[in-house]
Each structure stands twice: as C-alpha cells, then as structure tokens.
Ligand binder design. Structure first.
Ligand SMILES: Nc1nc2c(ncn2[C@@H]2O[C@H](COP(=O)(O)OP(=O)(O)OP(=O)(O)O)[C@@H](O)[C@H]2O)c(=O)[nH]1
Ligand SMILES: [Mg+2]
Length: 414
C-alpha cells in the first residue's frame, strides 16, 4: 500500500486538498501537528500533516457523491456537530470558559466546514460543465465525445480549476488536441510510392490527386510523378484528369478495361512500364459506401498496384458524423493508412470529424480547403484544427508550443 503525504491548516483542509486533487476515495492513516509556511523557521503557523492512502471503492456511495468518498452524508455532519458540542460541554477546560461561547465557536467552524463540503460535493454540477458542453455542442462534437471530455473534467479538474473557465478551456483544448492523430509518413518509402485515393463520390478525389501530384511533381524539389485513373466509367472522368495533366505538365495513365480483372492487369502493366517514376497518384472511381459489390470490384482492380500500394481515404469534412462512421467502415477492406479531409472550407464546424476519427482511431494526413488546383491543400496539423474551433478562447502560442506543427507548415507551394 502506497502512502502519500498532505499538509494543511487542519485535517479537513488536508482532506479537501486531496479530494479536489485526485477525486478518488482515500483514507487518512496518520495525523500529526506541524508548523507550516514561514521563512527559515519564522512566521510559520500551526498545521497538520496527514499520511493517506487510496482505497478501492468498496462501499456504495450516494450517486451524487460517487466521486467523493471522503464526504459523509449530511446526517453524519449533523451527528458530528452534536457530538462535538456535547464533547465540548464535557471538556473540563472548555467548561471553564463560557460554555455558550465555546459551543458557538464550534458551531460556526462546523457551518463553515459544511459549506465547504457542500461546495465540493457539488463539483460535478459545477456550471463549468454545462458551459463546456455548450461550446463543444456548438462545434458539433458528438455526444459520446463530449461525455468523455466531461468525465475527464470530473476526474482531473479540481474545484479551483473549474472556477476559472479560462483554465477549463485550456484543458479542453489540450485534450481535444491529444485526441487528434496526425498521420506520419513512413521514414523509408519503397519506390515507387503508389498513393491511391479512395472515397465516396464527389468528395474531391480527382481534384486532390491533382493537387498532390502538383505538390510533389512541380518546382525545384520536384520528383518524377505520374497520375493514373481507374475511373473509366463516369462520363468526363478521363477528360477531367487529362485536362489537369496537360495544364500541369504531369503525365497521366488510364487503367480501363471491360472487366475488373482486365483493369487490374492494365494497372499492373502501367506501373511496371513506368517503374522509374518516384510517385504514382492513383485516382479512383467514386463509390457509394453502401455499394459493397462495387467496392469489391474496385479492390480487384487496385490489387494491380502491387505491394507498394498505399491507400488513403478521402472524406468530405461536411459529412455528418454518423455517415462518416459508415464511410470509415465500408472502406475498411482497403486497410487505408490515413484519412484525407476535403472541403474543409465548406463546413463551419469540425467537431463531428474530430469526434469520429478519435473514436475510430484514424489519423489525418491532409486537408483541402477550396477548389483551386494546386494551392488549396495543406498537411494536417493539430493546431489547424484547434484554432478553427468556435467559442474557445484560443492562445495560439500556447497551443503551438503544446502541439508543434512539425513539418506541416513547410508544406508550401514551391
Ligand atoms: N469547396 C471545395 N470544393 C472542392 C474541394 N475539393 C474538390 N472540390 C470540388 O468538388 C467537386 C467534385 O470534385 P472531384 O475532384 O471531381 O470529386 P471526385 O471525388 O473525384 O468525384 P467522383 O470522381 O465523381 O467521385 C468539384 O467541383 C471540385 O472542384 C475543396 O477542398 N473545397
Ligand atoms: Mg473523380
């Protein structure tokens, strides 16, 4: 059993400190009088030092007080008050003083204590909880995500911290930031790198493939890139990528055929022919996540990309949380490495996305925030998400210190 030490003016002071700091049941083991504060032995005050240990929750507590085992039900306080008053009456020293005066002092002290206890007992109903939940709802966070943050507030924030809403916000931002996972590219990439973007219809896959191909394939640090589309079915799909390729001077291949098996062969051949290329960006056919058989066909075609294939899932940020969950699940067979969020400019709030991705433990690689090719794409960073939250008091410097953007801000157009 591990023992911990706390000091305060009175034993109750110590208990309040421990309770608000840890929010776990505990027991006082020893107590001794000490002198606290002061400077080099001067100006110190009498105080108490307790040794305590944490206990398992082996007895049932009233629902409201679940987190505060040290708080006894109100009748106990009354009983204690009566006992103390009675004891004071029997105490010969106190009896020598004016009995009533002594009793009054004790009653006052106990009333003060009761008030303190009631305040702490109400910690879980502190107005900061409602206020925090309100801001989170404003940002479209899911109810389960909000609940998990509320639980964390109960566990980790003392009454003192709850009183200061700026501090509450700082903690919330930090916890939200911690829940956002940013995709880190593998240090060692096998060449050629084959970046395949999958996702529902119309989310911006083709546009994003063009943006990425331009980022890596244009400018002084450019590497050899090539775009490939397997979208040979939708009218205009071929022309769309061809046109972009012409403008950006990036070559384009088409892997189309009558059957998925034949398309797989074409894709395999295209990659084999251009094996000197550093990076392939593969645009795919938009698939409704409801259409399992079409997703199966696409999987057959994309098997042609071979071992170097890396899948990334494009999801529009304007999608509602329950739909995102479906999309994440339906595309699971591709074992995608990251989620790429498109159309961030079309949504005011990103809480839904943060909630679902955190709950499903998916990491985010890029965000796109406009139609312009190639400029409207950025590497994802925690800071980018946090500074876009509504209703929070944002201290950007603090956030950047806590979540260094890494190389995200170096993602500039060359
Ligand atoms: N506002 C906004 N529009 C975008 C963004 N990315 C793409 N779009 C637009 O979304 C529309 C669809 O883009 P595409 O790239 O064709 O989407 P797709 O996923 O390839 O569509 P399918 O191939 O039909 O499944 C186009 O009008 C794009 O300009 C973005 O980040 N923000
Ligand atoms: Mg497309």
């Amino acid at each position: 059993m591990e023992l911990f030490v706390e000091q305060g003016e009175t034993r109750m002071d110590c208990e309040l400190k421990i309770a608000s700091r840890f929010n776990r049941p505990f027991r006082i083991m020893t107590q001794k009088e000490i002198r606290i504060g002061g400077f080099m032995g001067l100006f110190s005050k009498p105080g108490v030092q307790v040794e305590y240990y944490f206990t398992p929750q082996y007895y049932k507590k009233p629902a409201v007080m679940q987190e505060h085992s040290f708080i006894q039900p109100e009748e106990d306080l009354e009983t204690r008050k009566r006992k103390l008053i009675a004891a004071a009456g029997k105490d010969p020293d106190r009896a020598m003083q004016s009995g009533k005066e002594a009793a009054d002092q004790i009653i006052n002290a106990l009333n003060e204590l009761k008030e303190k206890l009631e305040n702490t007992a109400g910690k879980n109903e502190h107005p900061s909880f409602a206020k925090a939940a309100g801001i989170l709802r404003l940002n479209d966070f899911s109810e389960s995500y909000i609940n998990s943050l509320m639980e964390r507030m109960k566990k980790e924030l003392s009454l003192e911290k709850l009183e200061d809403f700026d501090t509450v916000q700082e903690h919330l931002l930090e916890w939200i930031g911690e829940s956002i996972s940013i995709y880190k590219e593998d240090e060692i990439m096998r060449k050629p790198r084959i970046f395949i973007l999958i996702g529902p219809t119309g989310v911006g896959k083709t546009t994003t493939i063009a943006k990425l191909a331009a980022f890596y394939g244009i400018g002084p640090e450019a590497v050899d890139v090539r775009m490939i589309t397997i979208d040979a079915y939708r009218i205009g799909a071929r022309e769309q990528l061809e046109k972009i390729g012409n403008i950006m001077q990036i070559p384009v291949s088409f892997a189309d055929a009558e059957t998925p098996e034949q398309a797989q062969q074409v894709l395999r051949k295209e990659i084999a022919i251009h094996k000197y290329i550093d990076m392939f960006f593969v645009d795919t056919i938009g698939k409704s996540p409801k259409d399992a058989s079409k997703i199966g066909e696409m999987k057959i075609i994309l098997d042609g990309a071979g071992r170097n294939a890396e899948f990334h899932l494009a999801v529009s940020a304007a999608t509602k949380a329950s739909d995102i969950e479906n999309i994440l699940r339906q595309f699971e067979p591709f074992n995608y490495k990251s989620v790429l969020l498109t159309k961030m400019d079309e949504t005011e709030h990103v809480g839904n996305i943060i909630s679902v991705l955190a709950e499903k433990r998916k990491s985010i690689s890029y965000i796109t925030d406009g139609q312009a090719v190639p400029s409207d794409i950025k590497k994802a960073s925690v800071v980018r998400f946090l500074i876009n939250l509504d209703g929070f008091k944002i201290n950007r410097e603090k956030i950047e210190k806590r979540f260094p953007p890494g190389d995200a801000d170096q993602f500039k157009w060359r």
